[in-house]
Design a protein around this ligand. Structure first.
Ligand SMILES: Cc1ncc(COP(=O)(O)O)c(C=O)c1O
Ligand SMILES: N[C@H](C=O)CCC(=O)O
Length: 432
């Protein structure tokens, strides 16, 4: 007899969590607030699967928002971390591991001449922006609507991810003084960028962009958008920052820069470089990076930066990716297959949608014709998204609990998993 899907223990834990943790979660999107229902509480993960506290198994299509590209509990990563735990967990002083990590990143990423390790993607982007401002002596920067660069004050203007999910127009606590230096343009709209540059002559330190946006669903760049940004930056002495927190080491060994053939001045990283532990990094041209303290006066620091455990997990993960670059074509192939199978299932049931994909980043927006920017993404049918999310969840498929997020595949996903996901999507009927 088929056992009914139950998340009773998650429900009990969620009640309890809300007493001590705001919203019961340590990062807002996890709370399922925009899709409704109770967030699932997990206790174990292996390969492509997550196991919740009620014993339900899910095929994971988030991979911890990107980091677990090799799948959960990869034996090489687990073994390396276990070994390091017994040696030392933190020194707050330099280690050989940090050099090895920096050298490996430089080997993999085109144009990366120097790199500084931090603890999260937020820190990486915040520090890269400060560096761009310190180096150029200018204050303003351009970001794109629906892009998310972490939760530092300057970036929370027209941001994607949770800010878009909860439709927060103005984040309380971000002062007008700070927000006025954040200029925004629609993604993929080079004319809007030119206008901002014209309106703020000599004032723009940086343009920061997700080279493939993943925080409004997945939105790839179009019409040479990145190449044109590069040209404008060169013309006006603006630092081009690629936020590769999602795309770094995911779209290619050298990230979006390598895959799309455009080089930024500064690049930020997170997610995959930590192999599941909290890590971020920023780096780029030596000349710019030399402005960072202690070489220069652009101050940036961290008690746990370059932490030995995090470096070990990251190094083990990057080494595997570096030595087995076939992983990237396998991942692409799996994601393409998933896109095809899900699209067939949804179309067969009369749903209309846009599937956007680049490499192993994928998303579906319902009831829109195209999604090339946030303005279009925000017109998608969120109600259908919610129903699809819960339909799949109750059948053991864990999708991002927000329409403004991307799916991330891990290479542990099998063809049988993809078939199962498609079968479950076929059961998602459009009954008007
Ligand atoms: C593109 C991008 N930049 C920056 C961040 C911030 O990273 P973190 O959550 O590690 O602070 C994220 C995700 O959260 C992201 O997707
Ligand atoms: N979009 C965010 C990162 O990729 C989602 C993760 C989070 O902020 O909790």
């Amino acid at each position: 007899m088929k056992v009914k899907y139950s998340i009773r223990t998650s429900e009990i834990l969620f009640e309890r969590a809300q007493e001590s943790i705001p919203g019961g979660v340590n990062s807002p999107v996890r709370a399922f607030k925009s899709v409704g229902g109770t967030p699932v509480f997990f206790e174990r993960a292996e390969g492509a699967y997550l196991y919740d506290v009620d014993g339900n198994r899910y095929i994971d299509l988030i991979a911890s928002w990107g980091p677990m590209i090799l799948g959960h509990s990869h034996p090489t990563v687990v073994e390396a971390v276990a070994r390091q735990v017994s040696v030392a967990t933190s020194f707050g002083a330099p280690t050989r591991l940090e050099i090895e990590m920096a050298e490996l990143m430089k080997e993999m990423v085109p144009g990366l001449e120097m790199v500084r390790m931090v603890n999260s993607g937020t820190e990486a982007c915040m520090s890269a922006l400060r560096l761009a401002r310190g180096y150029t002596g200018k204050n303003k920067f351009i970001k794109f609507n629906g892009c998310y660069h972490g939760h530092a004050d300057s970036f929370l203007v027209k941001a994607g991810s949770g800010v878009a999910t909860f439709d927060i127009q103005n984040v309380p606590g971000v002062t007008g003084g700070t927000a006025q230096d954040t200029l925004t343009a629609p993604y993929n709209d080079i004319e809007a960028v030119k206008r901002l540059i014209d309106q703020n002559p000599g004032d723009i330190a940086a343009i920061i962009v997700e080279p493939v946006a993943g925080n409004m669903g997945c939105v790839p760049p179009q019409n040479d958008f990145l190449k044109k940004l590069r040209t404008l930056c060169d013309l006006y002495g603006i630092i081009l920052i690629f936020d590769e927190v999602m795309t770094g080491f995911r779209l290619a060994p050298g990230g979006a820069q390598q895959r799309l053939g455009i080089q930024a001045d500064l690049v930020t990283f997170g997610k995959v470089i930590g192999g599941g532990l909290p890590v971020g990094a920023f780096g780029g041209k030596r000349d710019i990076m030399k402005a960072i303290a202690p070489l220069g006066n652009v101050y940036q620091a961290g008690t746990l930066s370059g932490n030995p455990l995090a470096m070990t997990a990251g190094y083990a993960t990057l080494s595997i990716l570096n030595q087995h670059s076939e992983i990237y074509s396998e991942l692409d192939h799996k994601t393409e297959l998933l896109e095809k199978k899900l699209s067939e299932a949804l179309s067969a049931n009369g749903w209309t949608f846009v599937a956007n994909r680049l490499g192993s980043m994928l998303s579906f927006h319902f009831d829109v014709d195209q999604v090339t920017n946030f303005e279009q993404a925000s017109k998608a049918n969120l109600n259908t998204f919610k129903k699809f999310f819960h339909h799949m969840l109750s059948r053991g498929v864990y999708l991002p609990p927000s329409a403004f997020e991307s799916y991330f595949l891990s290479n542990a996903l099998s063809n049988a998993d993809i078939e199962y996901i498609a079968d479950m999507a076929y059961e998602f009927k459009n009954i008007g």
